[in-house]
Write a protein that binds this ligand. Structure first.
Ligand SMILES: [Zn+2]
Ligand SMILES: [Zn+2]
Length: 271
């Protein structure tokens, strides 16, 4: 079992220490665990720009140091990968590249949380969007194109929850936006990145996984590699629904996961 996407208490909206997530992973027999808490808001002036979203900038060195110490301490029983989940802000990523270059990260997850000026999970954003299939497909297409841009930035190895826009607006789950979806998938593949299969949908209104089944089939068609992501914000969710995901991916035709060690992709059997 692998899980490349977990959080912990430093971001202030997850619970449990890094050690708690490692312990939960050990209990479940996880072989590769990625610690990937939200990246500080490096493009902002303030040390702690968005208290409930991400840790202060000044906290990041101790986060990495603690993660590296755990990696060492548990090296015989589990492979711990050290990472962070960064927000993608068009045109504002230079401070991120500069800061992150100073750490021995295994990979960086790139996620589009802010889209067209608002948080994707902010339910009030849908009050002003027309509830027609055409309008929703257009919004979804624009989100996929934002994720494609995130992939093309070349800053990330893992693309986080690529259709999470549907999280708090379930109607977006089934609205088709095939052209933009395919453009996004090719962008991820061509960037040498991988797509998450993220099981945290059940913590939002939509339920299910990111991405939806249709995107997984398209990803297989285009040869987009995958990795597993619980996106756990509580230790008990580490590897949540892992066996179900493996079964579905196997049926589609996938046979491997991809993990990253110091930026280098390695495939491991999908099992
Ligand atoms: Zn979070
Ligand atoms: Zn996220």
């Amino acid at each position: 079992m692998i899980d490349l996407h977990t959080h912990h208490e430093r971001c202030a909206h997850a619970t449990g220490s890094l050690r708690d997530y490692v312990t939960a992973a050990l209990d479940k027999g996880v072989k590769v665990l990625g610690l990937s808490d939200h990246t500080p808001m490096f493009a902002e002036e303030a040390d702690h720009a968005l208290p409930p979203v991400a840790m202060p900038k000044s906290e990041f060195p101790s986060y990495i140091a603690e993660a590296l110490a755990l990696k060492e301490e548990f090296a015989r029983s589990i492979e711990i990968l050290v990472s962070t989940e960064a927000d993608f802000f068009r045109g504002r990523m230079d401070p991120y590249s500069r800061e992150l270059a100073g750490y021995p990260l295994d990979y960086v997850i790139g996620s589009v949380h802010m889209f067209e000026g608002r948080d994707i999970f902010d339910t009030t954003r849908w009050e002003t969007v027309e509830d027609s299939e055409a309008e929703l497909a257009a919004v979804k297409g624009r989100y996929f194109r934002a994720v494609a841009e995130c992939a093309r930035s070349g800053l990330f190895q893992v693309m986080g929850h690529v259709d999470a826009l549907k999280g708090n607006h379930p109607k977006l789950g089934t609205v088709p936006a095939p052209a933009a979806a395919d453009e996004m998938l090719r962008a991820i593949r061509d960037a040498g990145a991988v797509m998450e299969v993220n099981t945290s949908g059940n913590t939002k209104a939509h339920g299910g996984w990111y991405p939806e089944h249709d995107l997984l089939e398209r990803a297989h068609h285009f040869g987009v590699p995958l990795t597993f992501a619980s996106d756990a914000h509580v230790p008990e969710r580490v590897c949540d629904q892992y066996p179900e995901v493996v079964r579905v991916l196997h049926d589609i035709g996938f046979r491997t996961w991809t993990v990253f060690r110091r930026g280098t992709p390695r495939t491991v059997p999908l099992a």
